[in-house]
Design a binder for this molecule. Structure first.
Ligand code: KE4
Length: 427
């Protein structure tokens, strides 16, 4: 007797490559069939067979307030009743932009997109247009969406599937992307020496989430800032994952670094399709219709996405202290609790956590870049993941992803997760 999820998986595989609309959802690196989600509320997902799971990936970051957050639901419903999309200016764009700029003082102008990929792709094009330079510096294991220039030694699903990059990207494109080791300032200095006056920008995940969680070393982000300024390149901080997550002002607030451009996504749309890029006014005004850099989108600034983002940010801003202190305490209890269980069981585990994003690496090495992340026993991670799923805890289905904690996760959920992990670590 097939489960309903299995039936739906078989149908999906006859319609969508791998049965999914995004590769990481396919559970390829952890094994087993992905359950099909029927509904979600608070800290939980329910699949089509009525099984309940504690959600530890929150739609890959957006659902920081948990699922079906009442204020967001009401805002989306009200906006839908006024029309789903206009393809014309409306007040919601300015309303959300004002909230974003209150959180990110470095953002003097911004533009909304429908995804983080679009935000990063557009920011890189803008940096190239503003500087007149071709080369882009990124870092191994970092993921900035799936635009051609960014899919060089990328993280997330690219690392999960163990593919070097992606087919379909001409060498002529990839050659202008310099992928360097993360947390290595000397490598960046050498790149500027090798390509004097030719590097348009550095784009960086200020806290890496797409190789699993990796924090910047002391002074690393400040070092990137200094090198970019010295060499006339723009610093793009990709806060698609960290924005509104690590603090209301993301990683740039936490680490005190001021980028030239910031990219945003995930939480900014409260679960609806939304991204944004913004920063220095003089740079952003190179964008059409003011300047020569073209960028556009049918659904950019979509009224429903704006409404969901506004409701989400308003709650985060109104309850800032309680939200981030609560996320810190809950995340520490979960991440450190499982780490302690692994120690007791004599299992090699390195735990990297910044705020409410974290990763348990099945390795005994410190994880400070993609090369060290790749020493992890991904087969062991797969066994752990499957056992946790069986126990009703849905972790991100890849060693090279971050787990995310929502404000809907309370003491009861922490206890349930630790009880599940006690057994799952022995799988
Ligand atoms: P999207 O195009 O998926 O909205 O955003 C791309 C992106 C850009 N920058 C960072 C730092 C990101 O983490 C992402 C997307 N993150 C992945 C999860 N690691 C999305 C999940 C997926 O690909 O299905």
């Amino acid at each position: 007797m097939l489960t309903r999820s299995r039936e739906l998986q078989l149908r999906a595989e006859s319609l969508l490559p791998g049965g999914v609309d995004s590769p990481v959802r396919a559970f390829r690196s952890v094994g087993g069939d992905p359950p099909f989600v029927a509904r979600a509320a608070g800290a939980y997902l329910w699949d089509e067979d009525g099984n309940r799971y504690l959600d530890m990936f929150g739609s890959w970051g957006p659902m920081i307030l948990g699922h079906a957050f009442p204020a967001a639901v009401e805002a989306i419903q009200a906006a839908a009743a006024r029309g789903a999309s206009f393809g014309a200016s409306h007040a919601g764009e300015g309303d959300l932009a004002e909230l974003v700029m209150q959180c990110f003082p470095s953002v003097e102008r911004l533009r909304f997109t429908s995804s983080g990929t679009e935000a990063c792709m557009s920011a890189v094009r803008l940096a190239r247009g503003f500087t007149g330079r071709k080369f882009v510096v990124k870092f191994e294991g970092c993921y900035h969406g799936h635009s051609d220039a960014m899919l060089v030694k990328a993280g997330s699903g690219v690392a999960t599937l163990g593919i070097p990059g992606s087919a379909g990207i001409p060498e002529e494109t990839a050659q202008h992307t310099l992928a360097l080791p993360y947390n290595d300032l000397a490598a960046v200095e050498a790149a500027f020496d090798a390509y004097p006056g030719q590097i348009a920008c550095i784009i960086v995940e200020p806290v890496v989430g797409n190789a699993g969680t990796i924090a910047p070393g002391p002074g690393y982000l400040q070092g990137l800032r200094k090198l970019a300024t010295e060499h006339g390149a723009l610093l793009i901080v990709d806060e698609v994952m960290t924005g509104f997550r690590l603090s209301l002002g993301g990683a740039q607030e936490l680490y005190g670094v001021r980028p030239d451009l910031t990219t945003l996504g995930k939480i900014i749309g409260g679960g609806l399709p939304c991204g944004a890029f913004g920063g220095r006014k003089d740079v952003m005004e190179f964008l059409a219709p003011l300047g020569p850099v073209y960028q556009a989108g049918t659904l950019s600034g979509n009224p429903l996405a704006m409404a969901a983002g506004i409701a989400t940010l308003k709650h985060l801003m109104a309850h800032r202290e309680a939200v981030y202190a609560g996320l810190e305490a809950t995340s520490a209890a979960i991440a450190d609790g499982v780490a302690a269980l692994a120690r007791e069981a004599g299992i090699a585990m390195t735990t990297n956590r910044v705020g409410s994003m974290f990763t348990w690496f099945f390795t005994d090495e410190p994880v400070e870049d993609f090369a060290s992340a790749a020493t992890s026993d991904t087969e062991r991670f797969g066994r752990f993941h499957r056992a946790m799923m069986d126990a009703g805890v849905w972790l991100p289905p890849s060693q090279y992803e971050a787990a995310f904690v929502s404000t809907a996760i309370g003491v009861g959920e922490v206890e349930m997760l630790l009880a599940a992990a006690r057994g799952a670590l022995r799988a």
